[in-house]
Design a protein around this ligand. Structure first.
Ligand SMILES: Cc1ncc(COP(=O)(O)O)c(C=O)c1O
Length: 486
């Protein structure tokens, strides 16, 4: 083998097809662009490591199965991005565009081998451990029981209901279904409201795992673009009329990834619009407790206040307390709760009891822990913003008033390129394209502030160097990275 062909393993056409899974999703318009995007994501996720040798185009065309022209076009696209390299006689392999990275210093990251900027998920609140100790004391009572709670453990349902009531939305425990995280809650709502081929209105950009969940039930996301200041409510009204989606999925509190929050007036208008179109609103409140400049109990009224019959609210302990609990919930009308439980029992028979008891313990007096969480995140946010101003001075961003991340507008469409190169320098990033229903957002990058200040400072300094190397004058060209293909 030629010496510049990396020594990585070869992936068979069959294995690559399996990894690619559902890349030919419904509603896709550009086959080769979609295929290139799917392979790009496998590279960014680390599932196709650099050096992996790809199957021959002919083999790929057979197993996927698509035309050879489509495969060639997709690989050409990836070659132009430096993600695939080829040599006549040696085939193609995954590469990373490292041509200009001499400028990035090779010092270790503070305390971490890899900073995960792809996940906006903080570590556990210290109180979580103490809550486990508490629960251990009365666990024997529960162990005498069967442990199946399709609706959730009663004491947790009651505490979750109390929290809504404290936020100004009177709620009874039988309006709550405890789930295994908000992602599970969304999957249940999708099963309830949609079938294959149905449309689901989403914000554009939106939370990537929600987009994946929509596609996984073979529904079609109908994206409505966000504006610089938040929601395009007339655009949503038009999409509800024209596309007649079966449900809308929205994140009105510290939207992921833009961090916008819809005010009370906007909520009333959105509720009116949904009512006119008779479209259920699935409202994801995963980060509602993370109001970094105020008190969540003083925030705008929950969406359900404006349309209790139409709104299904998703909640989660993942960001407020700990993602490892895997506890979320749904708040809905008693009728919808009943239908959700019928849907659920085909999938699972309840969430883990010990973790539910732990969360019930934490919610008995939630304020001190939540205050601590908010203060820590606010301080980390400020460190990240300061670092961005210093090391990425041409990027534009708004100071998020809540949530866990900053949505940065870059000065060039290089988000994926930065994500790929950053991986080589200890930073894992989710490129902007992950947040679009059909990709895009190459000028955008979401940066979470869930790490401690010293890690954030070091990582953002490195990110600045990576960004400069990617957008600077010595960028690798297609000619550096591509060669004639066999
Ligand atoms: C908007 C949004 N919804 C849902 C989730 C997933 O939450 P969970 O861990 O409860 O499944 C996240 C996590 O990042 C999120 O940001």
């Amino acid at each position: 083998m030629n010496s510049d062909v990396p020594p990585g393993g070869r992936i068979s056409g069959f294995s690559l097809a399996r990894l690619l899974g559902e890349w030919r999703r419904r509603g896709a318009r550009h086959g080769s662009a979609d295929l290139a995007a799917a392979i790009r994501m496998l590279v960014l996720d680390g599932r196709l490591p650099a050096g992996t040798r790809l199957p021959a185009e002919r083999e790929l065309a057979e197993v996927l199965p698509v035309s050879r022209t489509m495969i060639t076009a997709a690989l050409d696209q990836l070659r132009s991005e430096g993600l695939v390299a080829s040599r006549r006689g040696a085939g193609s392999w995954i590469s990373l565009p490292t041509g200009t990275l001499g400028v990035v210093p090779d010092t270790p990251l503070v305390g971490h081998s890899m900073v995960d900027f792809a996940r906006a998920a903080p570590p556990a609140l210290p109180g979580v451990l103490a809550a486990f100790d508490q629960v251990r004391r009365y666990l024997p009572d529960h162990l005498a029981d069967h442990g199946y709670y399709e609706h959730g453990v009663p004491e947790l349902r009651a505490r979750i209901a109390d929290r809504y009531t404290a936020r100004g939305l009177p709620t009874s425990p039988d309006q709550i279904v405890v789930t295994s995280g908000a992602q599970h809650a969304l999957a249940l709502a999708l099963r309830l409201f949609t079938g294959p081929g149905d449309r689901v209105l989403v914000e554009q950009p939106s939370y990537p795992n929600a987009l994946d969940a929509i596609k996984a039930v073979s529904a079609i996301p109908v994206p409505v673009g966000m504006t610089d200041t938040g929601w395009d409510l007339p655009g949503i009204a038009a999409a509800l009329r024209q596309a007649a989606p079966r449900m809308a999925y929205v994140v009105v509190d510290f939207h992921n990834p833009t961090a916008h929050r819809l005010d009370a007036e906007g909520r009333a208008e959105l509720a009116d619009t949904a009512r006119r179109a008779r479209t259920p609103l699935v409202v994801d409140e995963t980060v509602v407790e993370l109001d970094l400049d105020g008190d969540p109990l003083d925030g705008p009224p929950p969406m359900a206040t404006f349309a209790d019959d139409l709104v299904v609210t998703l909640g989660s302990a993942s960001k407020s307390h700990w993602g490892g609990l895997r506890i979320g919930w749904i708040r809905a009308s008693a009728e919808i709760v009943h239908r959700l439980i019928s849907t659920r029992t085909a999938l699972d028979l309840g969430s883990a009891v010990v973790e539910q008891l732990v969360l019930a313990e934490l919610l008995a007096d939630p304020e001190p822990g939540l205050r601590e969480r908010r203060a820590q995140l606010a301080a980390q946010r400020d460190v990240l913003l300061e670092g961005l101003r210093e090391h990425c001075p041409t990027w534009r961003f708004r100071r998020p008033q809540g949530g866990l991340s900053v949505w940065c507008e870059l000065d060039a469409p290089v988000s994926t390129r930065i994500a790929v190169v950053a991986q080589n320098h200890g930073i894992r990033l989710a490129p902007g394209s992950r947040f679009g229903a059909h990709g895009g957002f190459e000028r955008w990058l979401r940066l979470p502030f869930v790490q401690p200040p010293d890690v954030l400072r070091d990582a953002v300094r490195r990110l600045g160097l990576v960004a400069a190397s990617v957008t600077g004058p010595a960028m690798p060209t297609d000619a550096d990275l591509t060669v004639p293909v066999a």
